[in-house]
Write a protein that binds this ligand. Structure first.
Ligand code: ZN
Length: 658
């Protein structure tokens, strides 16, 4: 009842204002979201576009969504669309393309009503059911071309009146009504309506400005589980602030982690300016799983600086009608992936062995990934639209020609961090580089919330490195070789000061290449592409071929292949008989030593790190909070979280993060 009364007052004020000044060009676009049949997993959106002139209104459903790089065609699940003028008369709607409509013959107001089915809980799509309404905005809201700068008002009417709303949209006095200053901000503001548990904590920047951090959880745990989760999120938030020296100036003064930890969620994370969506099938009621989901939080929160404000030029402003390409995802995503791991160590949530092992797999993926034969890290970034949640019915060769910019970018970040520390006697680190990017490209902000004035290019990223290192030659060589070229840094030398060792994972083992196999009748079928540069590739083996014998022995299982390899040493040449599409083939495989590497601590090899190595490790992986002035809340005593007292067995999430 109170809402209705307030509504009339607002409408009256707006009317008087319009009569006095012709400022109705800024009349807000109003969305009303209702869920008449949540059990059937669709919602209804009523969108009113007022004071739009008499020209046909060009309506658009988004085709892409920031942070997910493929085309998604969000119009696919839209049905029952109708349009009306300001007097309620139905208008003719012309479908221009699968994602565009034109409404003409109106009286300067168009009201569009449509239904939308959605059943995928993640950082990109819509999910509606009897447990919640999980809305990613590009997937949910139709917009009008030419009115992108209009303010927006959105009213939610939850299927269950007890549900609450979590969003980075600007709040109003009504807890179910929110606003956005423009389309870019609105689209960046995913909204969860459901039976949410909230926790908040307040932290301050060195200049004293305070921000509220919220976690809003849709989960199956207890209050104590939520408390524990929120306490660990706070540790992560504090450590990430220390990397940049300050929090961004969050547009509403608040940052919200919106989480769906439900058995029917998909594993995902998505960054936004003042919030993140994190979703997982893991349950916070399980202590191990509650720890595992924190890796995604660490990753996504780091994006409130890099990506959201230190913005790659190819993604700003984001065009919702097409694919958006960036050459800098090795930095935007890869460096974030690196810090996601590092921050868990700095926050005391994983130990040094776990940190080394996490780095290890990624560095191995780069050093031994055949994709490096073909493309640089910058070129891999440009392929994101084909690999990031993209679907194709034809086979692709990405298994062998692509290395994820998450993986490669993490390895570059490790190489750069350790190079800067080494060349400066541990006075400089990657944190200084991130701060330089922040000062020039992030902190200046933009003309409106949701808009970034100084996005960075590949050239800018190179220039910032020259400035931070004070060494243009170093910066040029680093970028030429490792980012725009296909070289990899010398990790064995770089990790030594940290008391880590790069070594062969299976030293001395004979190897013919890495590819998938499965038992296939009288033989072993190859289930993946065979990477170039490997012995099996040179012997002519390829996907779908069936290996019948190796070294003269018939094979009928992948395990048998391994047994035969074990009786050989690198350098041996063995006969392989296989069947390809054109018929039987006999060839020779020249075995090599398994090139896989791992990064381990000196301690795990039986050696003892020196004091200098211990100090280097502490500066790298220990807490950085002591460098920050925190205005509120207990400062964490560094001795209680270092060295690596707890969670030695904590498993980090292996889910894909965006
Ligand atoms: Zn990411």
């Amino acid at each position: 009842m109170r809402r209705v009364v307030r509504f009339r007052v607002v409408a009256l004020v707006a009317f008087v204002f319009a009569g006095a000044v012709s400022a109705m060009a800024q009349a807000p676009i109003v969305y009303k979201v209702t869920v008449p049949e949540p059990e059937h997993r669709w919602l209804q959106v009523e969108a009113t576009f007022p004071d739009i002139g008499r020209a046909p209104l060009h309506l658009q459903m988004s085709r892409s969504s920031p942070g997910r790089y493929a085309l998604h065609e969000f119009a696919k699940n839209l049905f029952e669309i109708k349009a009306y003028d300001g007097k309620g008369l139905e208008l003719a709607l012309l479908r221009l393309t699968p994602s565009e409509w034109s409404a003409s013959g109106h009286d300067s107001t168009v009201r569009v009503v449509y239904r939308l089915y959605g059943d995928r809980i993640d950082g990109t799509y819509l999910a509606v059911d009897t447990t919640h309404e999980h809305m990613n905005m590009p997937a949910t809201f139709m917009w009008a071309r030419g009115f992108e700068d209009r303010p927006i008002r959105v009213e939610f009417a939850p299927a269950n009146p007890a549900w609450k709303v979590a969003t980075q949209l600007f709040p109003t006095a009504d807890p179910l009504v929110f606003t956005a200053p423009n389309l870019q901000y609105f689209m960046d503001s995913p909204t969860e309506v459901g039976p949410l548990s909230f926790r908040t904590f307040t932290l301050a920047n060195p200049d004293g400005k305070r921000f509220e951090f919220r976690v809003a959880l849709h989960h199956d745990g207890t209050d104590a589980d939520v408390d524990d989760y929120a306490a660990n999120v706070e540790k992560i938030v504090r450590e990430e602030q220390a990397v940049y020296g300050e929090f961004p100036d969050y547009d509403t003064g608040t940052y919200t982690v919106i989480a769906d930890y439900l058995p029917y969620s998909n594993g995902d994370g998505m960054e936004h300016r003042n919030s993140a969506i994190v979703t997982s099938r893991l349950s916070i009621a399980n202590p191990q799983q509650r720890m595992r989901v924190l890796g995604t939080v660490a990753h996504e929160f780091f994006h409130c600086w890099i990506v959201e404000r230190i913005r790659p030029a190819g993604l700003e402003p984001f065009d919702f009608t097409r694919i958006n390409m960036s050459d800098s995802l090795w930095l935007a995503e890869g460096f974030t992936q690196y810090y996601g791991n590092l921050i868990l160590a700095r926050a005391g949530l994983v130990d040094v062995n776990r940190a080394a092992s996490d780095l290890s797999g990624e560095v191995n993926g780069v050093l031994n990934g055949s994709g490096r034969l073909f493309r640089s890290a910058a070129e891999m970034s440009r392929l994101a639209p084909f690999v990031d949640a993209a679907r194709s019915v034809d086979r692709t060769d990405f298994e062998t020609t692509f290395i994820s910019y998450y993986t490669w970018g993490l390895a570059i970040a490790l190489g750069l961090d350790l190079s800067l520390r080494e060349m400066s006697g541990d006075k400089l680190s990657l944190d200084d580089y991130m701060q330089a990017l922040w000062r020039v490209h992030g902190k200046p902000g933009g003309p409106a919330p949701g808009v970034v004035a100084k996005p960075f290019t590949l050239r800018d990223a190179r220039d910032r490195l020259a400035e931070v290192s004070g060494n243009r030659t170093f910066a040029n060589e680093f970028f030429d070789r490792y980012i725009e070229g296909r070289d990899a840094p010398d990790y064995a030398t770089l990790v030594e000061p940290a008391g880590l060792v790069v070594r062969r994972r299976n030293a001395g083992a004979a190897w013919m290449g890495q590819f998938g196999t499965e038992a296939a009748g009288p033989g072993v079928g190859i289930t993946t592409l065979v990477p170039p540069g490997m012995p099996a590739y040179a012997a002519g083996l390829e996907q779908d071929d069936v290996i019948r014998s190796l070294d003269g022995d018939a094979v009928s299982s992948p395990g048998r292949l391994q047994e035969i390899l074990k009786r050989h040493k690198p350098g041996d040449e063995i006969k392989v008989e296989f069947v390809r599409r054109s018929g039987p083939v006999t060839a020779t495989i020249a075995l090599v030593e398994d090139p896989s590497i791992e990064i381990v601590t000196l301690e795990s090899t039986g050696a003892t790190p020196t004091d200098a190595q211990k100090a280097f490790r502490t500066a790298w992986l220990g807490t950085h909070q002591k460098t920050l002035a925190i205005a509120k809340g207990k400062a964490l005593a560094s001795e209680t979280i270092f060295p690596w007292a707890s969670w030695a067995t904590c498993q980090q999430s292996s889910m894909t993060m965006y």
